[in-house]
Design a protein around this ligand. Structure first.
Ligand code: CA2
Length: 147
């Protein structure tokens, strides 16, 4: 039987991880994050798919395509977190668990990062734990799927 799929979504600029601002986002690359997430998912009997885009509409399309196909979504929406209502609306009609994920802790940064339009449609948020957060978020959706 095929494994349930967790969709990992990465928003704008996360493709640059490891190149700039290591003091904020760490030294790991996006590939490192995907590798850690894939291993964490596999340990919980889940498959992982990853989509990164710098375009809001492409992230919305990926959420739509996940409906009825993916069991859960882990999403780091990048700066879209703070204003992208189209991502909010798309996640609101996804059936499975949704976990919002951030490498840094937006609540301890600039005031404009304190608002998340994704949080109201997520089951929970993991923030501030860097690479470890990816494993935590996968574990969180696995636990939610286990009921
Ligand atoms: O902490 C996070 O994971 C964020 O989602 C990262 C976003 C930021 O806008 C959010 O407030 C919090 C930014 C990602 C930008 O990543 C870069 C990586 C390397 C170089 C420049 C940007």
């Amino acid at each position: 039987m095929s494994q349930p799929i967790v969709l990992l979504l990465s928003g704008p600029n996360l493709n640059l991880l490891g190149e700039r601002q290591p003091e904020v986002y760490g030294t790991a690359t996006l590939d490192d994050h995907v590798e850690a997430s894939t291993a964490a998912a596999s340990a919980r009997g889940l498959a992982l798919e990853h989509v990164q885009s710098n375009h809001e509409g492409e992230l919305v399309d990926a959420i739509h395509a996940a409906r009825g196909r993916c069991a859960a979504i882990v999403v780091n929406p990048g700066a879209f977190t703070h204003y992208a209502w189209a991502i909010h609306d798309a996640l609101a009609v996804f059936d499975g668990p949704v976990v919002e994920l951030h490498l840094s802790n937006p609540a301890s940064r600039e005031p404009w990062r304190h608002t998340s339009v994704v949080a109201p449609v997520a089951d929970g948020t993991v923030a501030g734990f860097g690479l470890l957060g990816y494993r935590m978020a996968i574990d969180a959706v696995a636990n939610l799927l286990d009921g």
